[in-house]
Design a protein around this ligand. Structure first.
Ligand code: S3P
Length: 744
């Protein structure tokens, strides 16, 4: 029979639902609500359910399977998965050639196998489906039109699935309120075995065990909320779950075996009073649990941040006062976890930055079997596993927004005995990784990248690396550190020459852990094969975060601010040098050295700034501070010229262009050059809407600009401020910036 013409808004004229239970009934209600389907008829083994379906207005009619399937252009099988075969046999003679055939079962391999057996193959309009939604209630009376709203539906198209059929079925599910994902059949069954089938099995089993232990079920009286939450799914339909386990047998058995081993390991740990193992497993699990929501949304790691979009709304004016300490240094925090994990013994870290970037690094080491306690108010205790003690992670290591983590990890992982994969968020996935992959390959590493040397990085394990000498074409601390970390494992000496001084935290911290680093002018070298010894690390406040306040207090009239415990490593103090050249009033006092890093307190007062030609040798020393320095230049008298800073174009965003666009949005014209910018100071900063491109430092720079604006500034896409500066908004408000963060 030829296909009937389908009206534009209607995707299917006549839908046949086989099995009018909770899912089938809800799908009909949701589809009708969407207006995308015409009539809906149903077949079911229970005449009562069908009669109820008509009475409740869910379906337009019913009949036998062959009656309802005849003339239908969409047939949905919504029966328990073990009944699928019988249904397919019954509907086969009446199924229209043009009809799309789908199902809603939790296992997809079994559905495809049954269709192949009965139809002799899977036609192009057979599209297995699985809505990830449900309820402990059964039957059409529990059906509701909203069941799929904001839920996922997985479709598992086959290689020769008809594209038009797939699009229409996708459109229908989207009309039902769901988000549609596609994946292949085998992958679906593996994923569901782990994330749905195993938890149901455990819930059934646990409740049964406890019920068996206490015949009167007295024990449940004392069950607290945790037990109720954990075992909620044990109230699900036993017949359905019996079917699911028998039809997804292989995938489920694999994951049960895995879980049994892990449970046995915990049992052993309790038996032998092995607290370290318990701590490792629990803290890794807790962190992973906190990680889930962010991982699923493909964003960076954070334990307590909502997934909502954040924007800043800033009222003009204000002056900056107070006595503050900004959060810990990001570069040093990353390295403290990395070296602490590889060291022998315990490393205690204070002042650790609890921002998303360094938490991503922390999580990745937990994923590789390292026990890490905390962070708790900046305190972290790392139980080092020794230079050869990392274990293979079970999946890709997700590094969020952090270029530093990805590049340093590349060096470290290139030398491990196991394969690994490094992934990141959209911004990180655009950043160049060839700069580390190429020299690592020269050392013998095997690394695959996506096109153009971008992430993800797939790193082959089991390679023996050899030391090389590398002349860095760009001044990059990340590249230098990556190669030095690989060099810890390489045969012989690895040496890196830098064209200009870059931050040397890796070298300092390696030395602090007892690993000799040889310095010869602009070349740093390590010889592979030695060991690291754990110790204490005091992370100073991040000068890159302090920079926002240095500029804020300089440009806002009537300001006087003290910043405590700021890291003053000479490879990082470019921002102070540049601001002083511009006439800033910054006093450095209480200079001291803590744990191999210079630290000081800073006092900054408002000053009249003047434009300067920024010396190129200051560029690597202030590489992360240029966005806010552009704001200083805007407020200065005269012209500021920046050259030799093309690296800014490959940071979390293209910081030259994005700042120029943002400044234009608030009424400031600049001239962009390939390697820098020219800013004529003294222009009025008006209000306006700024696009931060998800770059934390752009967002914070415009918060600072508001101090000298004449109208309200709104900055969008600011959630990533949490990558480097948790608590920025509160601290900004406390010191005198009129800032509100809005979610949504
Ligand atoms: C960093 C090095 C710099 C810097 C980044 C942190 C580090 O990057 O921009 O924020 O911790 O080594 P490059 O090495 O790419 O210049």
């Amino acid at each position: 029979m030829p296909a009937e013409p389908v009206s534009r808004s209607m995707l299917f004229q006549r839908v046949a639902i086989i099995g009018l239970g909770l899912i089938g009934g809800s799908m009909v209600l949701a589809a009708k609500r969407s207006g995308l389907v015409g009539s809906v008829v149903a077949a079911d083994s229970s005449p009562d359910e069908l009669a109820l379906g008509v009475e409740l207005g869910v379906i337009d009619g019913y009949g036998s399977i062959s009656e309802v399937v005849k003339g239908a252009d969409l047939v949905v099988i919504a029966v328990p998965v073990r009944a699928t075969r019988v249904v397919l046999e019954q509907l086969r003679p009446s199924l229209e050639e043009h009809a799309v055939l789908t199902d809603v079962g939790s296992t997809k391999g079994s559905f495809v196998a049954a269709v192949r057996d009965i139809f002799g193959g899977c036609g192009p309009r057979v599209i297995p489906g699985h809505p990830i939604a449900g309820s402990e209630k059964n039957g059409v009376s529990a059906a509701k039109a909203t069941l799929f709203d904001d839920h996922k539906v997985i479709l598992t198209p086959l290689p020769d699935t008809d594209e038009d059929a797939l699009q229409r079925l996708t459109g229908l599910w989207e009309g039902c309120g769901a988000t549609v994902l596609t994946m292949d059949v085998a992958r679906h069954d593996e994923v569901l075995a782990a994330t749905s089938h195993l938890p149901h099995l455990i819930a059934f089993s646990l409740v049964d065990t406890l019920a068996g232990e206490d015949q009167n079920m007295e024990i449940f009286r004392y069950a607290a909320g945790g037990f109720r939450d954990f075992t909620r799914i044990a109230a699900s339909d036993p017949v359905m779950w019996h079917d699911i386990f028998l039809t997804n047998r292989e995938a489920v058995l694999r994951v049960i075996d895995h879980f049994t081993e892990d449970l046995e390991q915990l049992r052993r740990a309790i038996d032998t009073e092995d607290g370290a193992t318990l701590l490792r497993v629990f803290s890794r699990a807790r962190a992973a649990r906190n990680h889930f929501s962010k991982m699923l949304s493909g964003q960076a790691y954070v334990t307590d941040m909502s997934q909502k979009a954040v924007s800043f709304r800033l009222q003009p004016g204000g002056s900056i006062t107070g006595d503050i300490r900004v959060p810990g240094d990001k570069s040093i925090s990353h390295r403290s976890i990395m070296l602490g994990a590889l060291a022998d013994g315990v490393t205690e870290v204070d002042g650790f930055l609890e921002g998303e970037d360094s938490l991503a690094t922390l999580q990745a080491f937990r994923d590789m079997g390292v026990t890490i306690e905390g962070p708790d108010n900046g305190h972290v205790r790392i139980h080092g596993v020794g230079i050869d003690g990392l274990q293979a992670p079970r999946g890709p290591l997700y590094l969020g927004n952090s270029g530093t983590a990805m590049r340093l990890f590349a060096g470290l992982l290139a030398a491990q005995p196991f394969d690994s994969e490094l992934t990141g968020d959209a911004s990180l996935s655009r950043r160049p990784m060839g700069r580390v992959a190429d020299p690592l390959r020269a050392m013998g590493a095997v690394i695959d990248t996506a096109e153009g040397g971008r992430p993800p990085l797939k790193i082959r394990g089991g390679r023996k690396l050899s030391g090389i000498h590398y002349d860095m074409p760009v001044a990059s601390a990340q590249v230098k550190s990556c190669l030095l970390l690989a060099g810890l494992y390489a045969d012989g000496m690895t040496s890196v020459h830098e064209p200009a001084p870059t931050r040397d935290h890796t070298e300092r911290m390696l030395a602090g852990f007892g690993y000799h680093v040889h310095r010869d002018g602009a070349t740093a070298s390590v010889v592979g094969g030695a060991r690291l010894t754990g110790g204490r690390i005091d992370v100073p406040a991040d000068i890159s975060s302090a920079a926002f306040y240095l500029v804020a207090a300089s440009i806002a009239e009537g300001s006087d601010l003290t910043l405590r415990h700021v890291g003053m490593n000479p490879t990082r103090t470019g921002v102070i040098n540049i601001l002083k050249m511009m006439g800033a009033d910054i006093t450095v006092f209480n200079q001291r050295e803590i744990g191999g890093e210079p630290v000081a307190d800073l006092q900054v007062r408002s000053a009249v700034l003047r434009g300067i030609d920024i010396p190129e040798d200051q560029v690597p020393l202030a590489i992360d501070e240029f966005p806010v320095l552009f704001v200083a230049a805007t407020c200065a008298r005269g012209r500021t010229i920046l050259r030799g800073a093309e690296e800014l174009r490959v940071k979390e965003s293209d910081r030259i262009q994005v700042m120029a666009d943002g400044l234009r949005a608030v009424g400031v014209e600049t001239t962009v050059t390939p390697d820098g910018i020219v800013i004529d100071g003294g222009q009025t900063i008006t209000g306006g809407d700024v696009d931060s491109h998800g770059d934390h430092r752009i967002a914070m720079s415009f918060a600072v600009a508001s101090l000298r604006a004449t109208g309200e500034i709104r900055v969008n896409d600011c959630a990533n401020v949490a990558t480097s500066f948790p608590g920025f908004v509160e601290l900004a408000r406390q010191t005198g910036i009129f800032i509100e963060a809005e979610e949504g």
